[in-house]
Design a protein around this ligand. Structure first.
Ligand SMILES: *[C@@H]1O[C@H](CO)[C@@H](O)[C@H](O)[C@H]1NC(C)=O
Ligand SMILES: *[C@@H]1O[C@H](CO)[C@@H](O)[C@H](O)[C@H]1NC(C)=O
Ligand SMILES: *[C@@H]1O[C@H](CO)[C@@H](O)[C@H](O)[C@H]1NC(C)=O
Ligand SMILES: *[C@@H]1O[C@H](CO)[C@@H](O)[C@H](O)[C@H]1NC(C)=O
Ligand SMILES: *[C@@H]1O[C@H](CO)[C@@H](O)[C@H](O)[C@H]1NC(C)=O
Ligand SMILES: *[C@@H]1O[C@H](CO)[C@@H](O)[C@H](O)[C@H]1NC(C)=O
Ligand SMILES: *[C@@H]1O[C@H](CO)[C@@H](O)[C@H](O)[C@H]1NC(C)=O
Ligand SMILES: *[C@@H]1O[C@H](CO)[C@@H](O)[C@H](O)[C@H]1NC(C)=O
Ligand SMILES: *[C@@H]1O[C@H](CO)[C@@H](O)[C@H](O)[C@H]1NC(C)=O
Ligand SMILES: *[C@@H]1O[C@H](CO)[C@@H](O)[C@H](O)[C@H]1NC(C)=O
Length: 384
């Protein structure tokens, strides 16, 4: 009997000792993370700051209480599956400005309350479908300044709460159909400075909360009817510096909420009667630095009841003649820029019923004389 209870006591001591050593080891690891990095005491172990520590590998473990983790400005090259496995309370993870090439499938799997993930300024070349699995609460995903060349269907699956997605300054040439289809709450999609040539009609179909879409500095040559379908709440669309030559009738038809459309620095040659159809609430359209020779009279006819459209710029193009009623429909336009064209003639009702026009810019044209009555309708003109 005595021998047996002795063994029990010994065993208990052994177990206790093992447990104590394990705790010590964990504490040591955490301590060592906090020796390399800083773990501000006032934040009760919830903030770990490893910014600019020249790390080439992730420290072995972080305190399980970590909510905010900075690993930016290091020299990490790879993120492996399970890297952040014990960090179930993490809400902010910054991996920006490293040297990351690979992010393994499942790297973020347990981070179900993570809201902000920074992966910008790295060397990521591809994103495997499933790479962001588990990030159920993610709202902001920063992937700008990498070397991503394609977006496949499934890349963003599971990140169903995303609000902002930054993909500018990559080398995206291919966007597979369906790759944005689950991003039902997305509000900002930034794709500027990539190598996108085509957007499949319906490619943005499900993004019904999208408010800003940036596509500047790409290689888009054509906009098709349906390219922007489904974007009912889009406010801001920017396509500056592409190669757009053709805009299909009805292209902007679904953009009922659009306020600002920038098409500067493209290769557009004419504005036709259905080009801007449907832009009910647009305030501003910019068409500077294109190759426009013709604006079809009636092109703006559908705006006759729109009190919002007040700014139009066709500066730096190749307009020659402003025909009668070219701008008819623009009854509420306030500013019209047509400087640096080749305009040599303005027909008598060229500015038909533009009663609200206040600023009209015609510098840098070849105008000699202007027909009597040209400004009959533009009673509010203030600056010419
Ligand atoms: C960073 O680490 C590399 C080698 O790992 C070393 O050569 C370099 O001096 C370190 N830089 C700094 C700023 O500590
Ligand atoms: C994680 O957060 C919850 C709720 O704030 C808290 O109860 C729990 O102790 C935290 N876990 C750790 C390991 O700190
Ligand atoms: C990053 O690590 C590589 C070797 O892995 C080294 O050559 C390079 O100098 C490091 N860069 C910085 C900024 O420390
Ligand atoms: C990535 O993980 C998912 C499951 O999470 C799996 O279906 C898929 O095949 C994996 N892809 C690769 C390339 O490992
Ligand atoms: C972008 O991708 C294209 C084709 O995939 C490639 O030829 C080009 O070198 C890449 N550019 C950069 C800056 O990586
Ligand atoms: C994208 O992938 C999902 C799941 O694999 C599939 O259900 C869906 O049909 C795909 N979408 C397109 C447009 O191919
Ligand atoms: C654009 O496409 C839609 C749907 O396919 C169609 O209903 C509409 O008539 C088209 N608009 C024009 C101007 O062709
Ligand atoms: C404008 O059009 C002409 C003739 O179609 C073409 O040669 C020229 O390259 C175009 N300009 C621009 C900026 O694309
Ligand atoms: C602009 O379009 C014209 C044809 O309309 C084409 O000849 C020219 O190469 C294009 N310019 C650019 C820069 O794409
Ligand atoms: C333009 O309108 C004026 C006034 O209505 C008219 O006298 C003139 O003939 C028209 N010009 C052309 C080319 O139709």
């Amino acid at each position: 009997m005595k021998g047996a209870s002795c063994w029990v006591i010994l065993l208990m001591f052994a177990l206790l000792e093992a447990w104590r050593l394990k705790c010590l080891a964990v504490a040591n690891q955490e301590e060592s993370v906090c020796q390399i990095c800083s773990c501000p005491v006032s934040w009760k172990g919830q903030v770990v700051k490893c910014t600019g520590k020249n790390l080439t590998q992730l420290p072995s473990s972080f305190p399980a209480s970590t909510k905010i983790l900075y690993l930016d400005q290091n020299n990490l090259t790879r993120i492996s599956r399970g890297a952040f496995l014990n960090l179930r309370n993490l809400t902010y993870l910054n991996l920006g400005l490293n040297n990351i090439k690979y992010v393994e499938n499942g790297s973020f799997k347990s981070l179900s309350i993570l809201e902000d993930l920074y992966l910008h300024d790295n060397s990521i070349e591809s994103l495997t479908p499933g790479v962001f699995d588990g990030l159920e609460s993610l709202t902001d995903l920063m992937l700008q300044n990498n070397k991503i060349s394609e977006l496949l269907n499934g890349t963003f699956r599971g990140v169903n709460s995303l609000v902002k997605l930054y993909l500018q300054y990559n080398n995206i040439t291919f966007i597979q159909e369906g790759c944005f289809e689950n991003l039902l709450t997305l509000q900002t999609l930034d794709l500027h400075t990539n190598s996108i040539q085509t957007i499949t009609p319906g490619g943005f179909e499900n993004l019904e909360y999208l408010s800003e879409l940036m596509l500047d500095n790409n290689k888009i040559s054509e906009l098709l009817n349906g390219t922007f379908s489904g974007l009912d709440r889009l406010n801001y669309l920017s396509l500056i510096n592409n190669r757009i030559q053709r805009i299909a009738p009805g292209t902007f038809e679904d953009l009922k909420a659009l306020r600002s459309l920038s098409l500067n620095k493209n290769n557009i040659t004419e504005i036709r009667s259905l080009t801007f159809k449907g832009l009910r609430y647009v305030k501003k359209i910019l068409l500077e630095n294109n190759n426009i020779t013709t604006v079809e009279p009636g092109a703006f006819h559908s705006f006759s009841k729109s009190r919002f459209f007040n700014h139009l710029s066709i500066a730096n193009n190749k307009l020659e003649i402003i025909k009668n009623k070219t701008f008819s429909g623009l009854n509420y336009l306030y500013e019209l820029y047509m400087d640096n064209n080749d305009i040599h003639r303005i027909e008598a009702t060229g500015f038909y019923r533009m009663r609200k026009l206040r600023y009209l810019y015609l510098r840098g044209n070849r105008l000699r004389c202007i027909a009597y009555g040209t400004f009959y309708y533009t009673k509010n003109l203030y600056k010419l």
